[in-house]
Design a protein around this ligand. Sequence first.
Ligand code: NDP
Length: 397
Amino acid sequence: MGRVLIIGAGGVGTVVAHKVAQNSDIFTDIMIASRTRSKCDAIVEAIGNPAIQTAQVDADHVEELVALFNNFKPELVINVALPYQDLTIMEACLQAGVNYLDTANYEPLDEAHFEYSWQWAYHERFQEAGLTAILGCGFDPGVSGIFTAYAAKHYFDEIHYLDIVDCNAGDHHKAFATNFNPEINIREITQKGRYYENGKWVETGSLEIHQPVTYPHIGPKESYLLYHEELESLVKNYPTIKRARFWMTFGQEYLTHLRVIQNIGMARIDEIDYNGQKIVPIQFLKAVLPNPQDLGENYTGETSIGCRIRGIKDGKEHTYYVYNNCSHEAAYKETGMQGVSYTTGVPAMIGAMMYFKGLWKRPGVNNVEEFDPDPFMEQLNKQGLPWHEEFDKDLEL
Ligand code: NDP
């Protein structure tokens, strides 16, 4: 029924591959392609299904992608390479007539800045080609938007306040490591903060605003306001929102390392000359930091990500909190990866499943909250990310 091509063989790609392979009634033909083919082969070996094909591809080059697509003929591509490759993969999808799904919005390599405008600009071309593009289908972005859509569909006439809260209370027992691609992660966190209020974006210093937030089964954790891409599409798709913010927890050790990395220039994204060779400091840093894919083995604790929403239903104000907690150990046992890769890869697989079931098929470029959240929410419970709801409680925020 479903011929799927996964691009990217990192932590997230590994989880996507495991979950796709587990759902063989939907995904009948699978290929994993990435820059380093041996990583794709290692995933296939770990899954133990030799029918999964692998290939080498440099996804920065449209013509290489088109050749691969024309050869394997996937119906859908799951892009879990890096945000830098979003536009080349979308372009190749248009040229080869393939549908598209990703988990992170486009970011130019030479500018630490992300926004949807670059990908939304493809809307008409996807529409005219009769192809579906599903943007931002990881956990956040991804499930955060689906949780919001579910709240809007079932519990609110108008959503007024939205706070997305993302806690990682896990311990990988390393002095410093990032949970997904270090380059992307450090670029995201060292940016200025931003939130939406009364029709305008308010800019803050980097990690300037913070407060303790209590997470289920975890307790209070200092949470920092940062800009996150789903805020852009959610305030557009839910115009009744008066304020939308995103919070993420960080430990003191992590923040101290981050400050030092920035202060000594290792977070720089411009080229410098080193012994007559051009290098980009943050890319060099990535090479010496622990690989997020290797963190799983001793990772203890859990993540807790959810949406805290205030709005009105039948003229009365209500609050709603919907969240998932994910154990790093359980994620590792199932896929060999830690919880952050798991919470991203499972929703990407479910999004692809929604497409193949014909439930999320709409020509054009779509953010996840534009589709029916119900079948997706049902699958989260079945595929390893069960969610919980709390009604009319103090949201703390
Ligand atoms: P990794 O760095 O572990 O993996 C990235 C993979 O992409 C690697 O296999 C890499 O190949 C491959 N790749 C990089 N460049 C190219 C290229 N030009 N052509 C082909 N393949 C390439 O990252 P993660 O798995 O941690 O993250 C994957 C994606 O998921 C990122 O876009 C990240 O932003 C997103 N993400 C989304 C989240 C969400 O909740 N929405 C949360 C976490 C991550 P190689 O091995 O050769 O380097």
